[in-house]
Write a protein that binds this ligand. Structure first.
Ligand code: CMC
Length: 448
């Protein structure tokens, strides 16, 4: 194959170097495009844009392949732990026994949060969404770690990374406790990462929670499966914020905000809400599928479709098998799992889904598992964030180490050409002068 691509603009031919990845993926290098041609590329949603070169995670959306640092997700899911996977993603190799011991030791050392941080929880209303609290608390954490704002050496980075991953579970569980009006539970140093989180979530002052091993294993699996996914919306956000020179805490707090949206990490909660709605209202699944296909209806089948996967998401397969196993052990039948399976069956036989290559994604079954573990729906995306943290950190590090350029896309301006300022007295009147009230009682100004 050619190592240059030819571009013809107005009769002039330009050679664009072709960049080839280790798995054969090919890109036209347009880094000098504007400088040499005056043109930019238009690619809203960036579906055709490689924003960086990265050695962290490989996804082949056509073949349904996902590998962290070269290792297939199926192997990590069955043989690794979340703590080990964090090291792998961040440092590129599986840790030796000694490295793993030291790394786990850091997680134990930093599991407590500064006592001052606990007071922040009092400032949030009990209705505050845990993702808002999580993002705010990660930023607040940086105020207590001024020495970690500058990456002076490799140890500053390692301590920051370990603090973030370790303390995130403490903050997440504390946010939950604050939201239900229970006292915050402190971590226990002898517990492993997942058991410790479950302890802080579900222990009460007069009774320690001792989770079934299957529940701990399911949490471990969920965290591993979510740990990275190349240039997804939140990881790209982290890299974009990092590209301005912002510190690790600020960049990851931004990642939490990006993850929150229902088209990204918020989909796991949206799936369970959808299944609950279908169950409670005894909705005919064929009718529901007809609605999600209707272009006049904004409804989408949550947990279906993916920007990159055009086949079954490999993580969804693993999730489905785990949902079956876990429910059989701890909950018996869950009607929502049955609805999910029937819904999948109807969708996968439907021409609309076949033509558009829409398959279940990681979120389709994860919510059912989290529900079986007793995790409340508004904490689902928080668990996703806990899982994705090592991926964000690995991407932050890669961006930082590469001395990568400031992320600053161009645009094609489609607004007004130059015009003069009109004094307010000469602008006429509009309906906006009579504010309206929305159905929910909110005053607003309708624009015409
Ligand atoms: N239900 C119904 N129609 C869909 C769906 C869906 N879930 N997903 C895509 N489509 C249709 C869409 O309407 C469009 O149809 P047409 O070509 O007729 O206009 C076509 O499929 C392509 O959709 P798109 O929005 O251009 O595709 P995309 O690659 O930009 O979207 C997506 C990817 C994940 C945003 C989308 O599939 C979606 O909204 N899914 C539901 C939300 C969801 O489950 N998100 C979790 C994603 S995986 C975890 C993560 O990344 O965090």
């Amino acid at each position: 194959m050619s190592d240059t691509a030819k571009l013809n603009i107005d009769g002039t031919s330009y050679d664009l170097p072709v960049v080839v990845g280790t798995e054969g993926d090919r890109a036209m290098d347009i880094r000098k495009l504007r400088q040499t041609t005056g043109y930019v590329c238009l690619d809203d949603g960036f579906a055709n844009t490689g924003s960086c070169e990265s050695a962290i995670t490989f996804v082949d959306g056509e073949k349904g392949i996902l590998r962290y640092r070269g290792i297939p997700i199926q192997q990590l899911a069955t043989q690794s732990t979340f703590v080990e996977t964090c090291w792998l993603l961040i440092y590129g190799e599986l840790p030796t026994r000694e490295q793993l011991k030291a790394w786990s030791g850091l997680f134990t050392k930093y599991e407590m949060i500064h006592e001052g941080l606990y007071h922040h929880f009092d400032g949030f209303p009990s209705t505050g969404h845990p993702m808002a609290i999580l993002s705010a608390m990660i930023n607040a954490m940086s105020c207590y770690e001024p020495g970690l704002m500058e990456m002076e050496d490799a140890s500053t980075f390692q301590v920051s990374a370990a603090r973030l991953i370790s303390k995130l579970r403490t903050i997440a569980a504390a946010a939950y406790k604050a939201s239900i009006g229970q006292p915050i539970v402190y971590p226990k140093p002898h517990l492993d990462y997942c058991t410790n989180f479950l302890h802080m979530m579900f222990s009460i002052p007069y009774g320690d929670y001792e989770p079934e091993p299957e529940i701990v294993a399911a949490l471990q699996l969920i965290l591993i499966l979510h740990a990275d996914h190349e240039q997804n919306c939140s990881s790209s956000t982290v890299r974009m914020v990092a590209s301005s020179g912002a510190n690790l805490f600020a960049s990851c707090a931004a990642g939490v905000c990006a993850l929150w949206g229902p088209l990204h990490g918020g989909a796991n909660a949206a799936v369970v809400e959808m299944l609950q709605y279908l169950h409670d209202n005894k909705v005919d699944l064929k009718d529901y599928i007809a609605r999600v296909k209707d272009k006049n209806d904004p409804l989408r089948l949550m947990g279906f479709g993916h920007r990159v996967y055009k086949t079954y998401d490999p993580r969804a397969n693993i999730m489905k098998a785990t949902a079956d196993k876990l429910l059989a052990k701890v909950k018996g039948n869950d009607p929502l799992l049955e609805i999910a399976k029937r819904l999948e069956d109807v969708a996968l036989k439907d021409k609309y889904f076949i033509d558009r290559n829409l398959y279940p994604n990681v979120d389709f079954y994860s919510g059912v598992i989290l529900r079986a573990m007793g995790i409340p729906v508004n904490m689902f995306t928080v668990i996703f964030a806990m899982g994705r943290m090592p991926g964000w950190i690995a991407n932050w590090k890669e961006q930082y180490d590469s001395g990568g350029a400031l992320y600053r896309p161009r645009q094609i301006y489609t607004g007004q050409s130059e015009r003069d300022y009109t004094p307010i007295a000469e602008r006429g009147t509009s309906d906006c002068l009579a504010p309206k009230v929305s159905k929910k009682g909110r005053p607003y100004c309708e624009l015409k």
